[in-house]
Design a protein around this ligand. Sequence first.
Ligand code: 13P
Ligand code: SF4
Length: 311
Amino acid sequence: MQLALDLKAEIMELKRARNAVILAHNYQTGDIQDVADYVGDSLGLAYQAKSTDADVIVFCGVHFMAETAKIVNPAKIVVLPDKDAGCSLEQSCPADQLAAFLETNRDKNYYVIAYINCSGGVKALCDVICTSGNAVKIVNQAPADRPILFVPDANLGAWVKEQTGRKMDLWQGSCYVHVEFTRDSINRIKAEYPEALVVAHPECTQAVRLLADEVCSTEKMVTYCRNAPVKDIIVVTESGMLHRLRRECPDKNLIPGPTDRCACADCRYMKMNTMEKLRNCLRDLEPRVEMDEETRKRAELPLLRMLEQSK
Ligand code: 13P
Ligand code: SF4
């Protein structure tokens, strides 16, 4: 207990000394969320990263999120506690494969929309970026006279197609965490809590989304749960979300959506960050996120377009 308190005090002292801001995604562990200056979804974190006047951004999330912070605010030192915190969606769409696909299909003149869960190299090849929080809005603003290619998440893409009625070609990537929820696993927990509402992330499969009362980004889940007219809510997303929701909605009974194997779902990448690694990266200002300036500039354009279009 004393050790945990000492570590927290050390983090707070280093944060002050470095003039750092700690940004944390909703899937981080509870102890990290509790020392963060801001906890939110990918969209909220991107806005925070762009507007901060701190000298150092400590990004407690996965690599593509920290890289996004560097792209929109290159003058800052950006560190993330574990440099190996990746994402299965990012891995599903390497920049060279996307470039080759676009070259082969040059005649189609695709308008390329990339979910923010991708590398800076992929962002640099796209027209606009979206997050789960603004994907419908962004797709609705795509030019009507061009075919859309949506990368890399086929499940999010399918949901956006349903919401907007726009035709889109979908890259076949997926989140290894969200595809673990199944129709059976969600039906079983619904049978246990017959009065419960179900909120699910759009990275889930269609079979699971169809069982949900609401499908939305992690940040919108906070508002949904707060305003829900019932006490029991089944939350079908990564387990870290439950900490944020329990803090924001203490009067609700928030039940983690189970998979066929586990009572809840953890993202192994998000959980690579720990309080010790957070302390170390504040102390050492390493590992830093760096990228070549040409790629950064090309990736910045579609990100700025997204921030503009989702206002
Ligand atoms: P949100 O932007 O909804 O927080 O989603 C990010 C993510 O990685 C979901 O798996
Ligand atoms: Fe990537 Fe899925 Fe982890 Fe989100 S939960 S960071 S999409 S692997």
